[in-house]
Ligand binder design. Sequence first.
Ligand SMILES: *Cc1c(COP(=O)(O)O)cnc(C)c1O
Length: 366
Amino acid sequence: MSQESIYVTQPVLPELAEFIPYLEQIWKNKILTNCGPLHQQLEKELCEYLGVDYISLFNNGTIALVTALQALGLEQGEVITTPYTFVATAHSIVWNKLTPVFVDIDPQTSNIDPVKVEQAITDKTVAILPVHCYGIPCDVEVLQNIATKHNLKLIYDAAHAFGVRYQGQSLLNYGDLSVMSFHATKVFNTFEGGAIVCHSVEMKQRIDRLKNFGIVNESIIDDISLNGKLSEVHAALGLLQLKSIDSTLLARKKIDEMYRNGLAGISGIYCIKRPSLEKDNYSYFPIVISKPYPLRRDELFEKLKLNGIFARKYFYPIMTDLAIYKEYQSDTPEAKLLSEGVLCLPLYPNLSLDSVQKIIDLIKDN
Ligand SMILES: *Cc1c(COP(=O)(O)O)cnc(C)c1O
């Protein structure tokens, strides 16, 4: 019996034929990178689509995170962040020779708990780096008040938050900087890619210098920084992806609804709630497995796998349980509990509703 494997995600791609004219343009004008015309056009179109003032494109979200911390002039001290995230969040802090301080999450939202943030502030704290986990907005007003009161920088890891609108504006407008990822697994992809959203032309110019080795002009180099530029081929894909983003989000919404209805009422299966947003991106479908559901999380994960369904334990393990972050350990029981019960189900525009039903049935039938 053959069955096609279903993975937790599958990248959206335009028709190859639509991509060719962009490649022909690149071959013709011989501009491959260094903020060429397609790069500039994508920055402009993203600003319009997302409703933000300034965007600086990057070759990936991780380099963008590293550069965001550098752009704010954070050279030493503690950065308060969440342990319930992808490793790049924490790595970006340590790469900047800053000290990550992991505080616990609010299990309802999976986002950092502002009360715990404020408790963790010391005279060494320089910044807060929360994650809009699964695209669910952090408690942005409260976090901004804390940052303002204690004179701290506030940088959002918005890798999951593409397109989300909150309180009448882009979620990316909150904080000093927001960092996006356009990795193949994300809602909007440019093969690999990322971006920083900022709020002034001076900051954009600084970020643009930092992503280009710190070069100011032919004879002046003012910073020791990385090469974070997005190539023209990547930018071209972004321009095409943007044309279909609304249908991408609509397809995701339908699958989210089907899971939510189909899994409602199974005891021990909890679908993490999404707040009602002006615009959501349905970037993940995390469920939490607990008693009285007859299988433990890992058992359900294995059962799905035997049926060709590759769900993902996202996020597991948490940062504070990784040996590499041993010296930054702290007690974050809510994050640990969630990471031990969570499973992200397959969710991508090309996933058929029959497959969604099959996954629901497999979870139900125990
Ligand atoms: C994907 C992701 C990143 C890293 O982005 P890349 O573009 O893969 O470097 C950072 N933080 C979070 C929360 C992510 O999910």
